[in-house]
Design a protein around this ligand. Structure first.
Ligand SMILES: [Zn+2]
Length: 293
């Protein structure tokens, strides 16, 4: 692979996730912090209007607007659809035969600690992840079930990179600890790219633990879509812990426990994520996999 020529640090894809927004504002004011000698660095606030309104989005979720067919569709004219096209054009301008890496900074109300969401199965991404796992043993690696060629996510603009998802933190709230952890992770990634461009390789382990999403679970609802139960208190904040058949999942408003009826041990994440109520997702069930590099 050729050297990486451009690295984009994107925040505020969701306007109420302040960790990434204030990091991007910091990098806009102090661009030398993300500058390295071997590539161009860009800091980008992705959804400024949503941030002004202190909302996740204006018309629709910007981080579901990046499917190739949607970017080319002239009939999609919502604020976020137009913003997605603009971001795509800006980030891919003069990019012929160049290689870009993108970090998309998010936060979650779920207890997911520091999570890296991997894009493509590009070998570079897995080696970067393995390096980060060696430096930060507490970081977890997650993958959505989405097919790569149909990815709606902003991070898929470039073949390299990841989303950084940190929590738990409420929407619209800054948490200094998570802010600093995210910033450290960004610098480690920038340094890794710089070393890679210089032909330096970091020794890493040969395997990486990845939490692969296999299924999303909605809240129990009635025929009209009204929620009938909450996340069970025994499951709340237990992201990345094993869920065994028969374990409590939900608690109805009458106090009845609903258990996990699957047959295999899975690892739930995004448990009770506030932004996913409207998406019909109470949690994502993952399979813990050992990926060989
Ligand atoms: Zn987000």
């Amino acid at each position: 692979m050729n050297p990486i020529t451009r690295v984009a640090v994107v925040g505020g894809t969701h306007g109420n996730e302040l960790t990434g927004i204030y990091l991007v504002k910091k990098f806009e004011q102090l661009p030398h912090l993300i500058r390295r000698s071997s590539f161009e660095s860009i800091a980008l606030l992705a959804n400024p209007k949503a941030y002004e309104l202190r909302r996740r989005y204006v018309d629709l979720d910007l981080n579901r607007c990046f499917r190739p067919q949607d970017l080319e569709n002239p009939h999609l004219t919502s604020y976020e659809a137009l913003q997605a096209k603009k971001i795509y054009q800006d980030l891919t301008a003069n990019q012929t035969e160049q290689i870009g890496l993108l970090m998309d900074l998010h936060s979650t109300t779920a207890n997911m600690g520091m999570t890296l969401i991997l894009n493509h199965q590009h070998p570079f991404n897995l080696h970067l992840a393995a390096h980060l796992a060696a430096v930060y043993p507490e970081v977890k690696f997650y993958r959505w079930a989405q097919a790569e060629q149909d990815s709606p996510f902003l991070r898929s603009i470039y073949p390299l990179g990841c989303a950084i998802e940190v929590g738990p933190v409420a929407q619209g709230l800054l948490d200094a600890h998570l802010f600093r952890q995210t910033e450290a992770l960004i610098h480690t990634i920038l340094d890794y790219v710089e070393a890679y461009n210089r032909g330096q390789l970091f020794p890493t382990k040969e395997t990486l633990t990845v939490y692969q999403c296999v299924q999303t679970i909605d809240y129990p609802r009635d025929g009209l879509g009204t929620m009938q139960a909450m996340i069970h208190p025994n499951l709340q904040s237990r992201d990345y812990e094993p869920l065994y058949p028969g374990d409590p999942m939900f608690l109805t408003f009458e106090g009845e426990t609903i258990v996990y009826e699957g047959e295999s041990i899975l690892y739930p994440v995004f448990i009770n994520e506030a932004a996913y109520y409207e998406k019909g997702i109470a949690m994502c069930l993952t399979h813990k996999e050992l990926v060989t590099l």
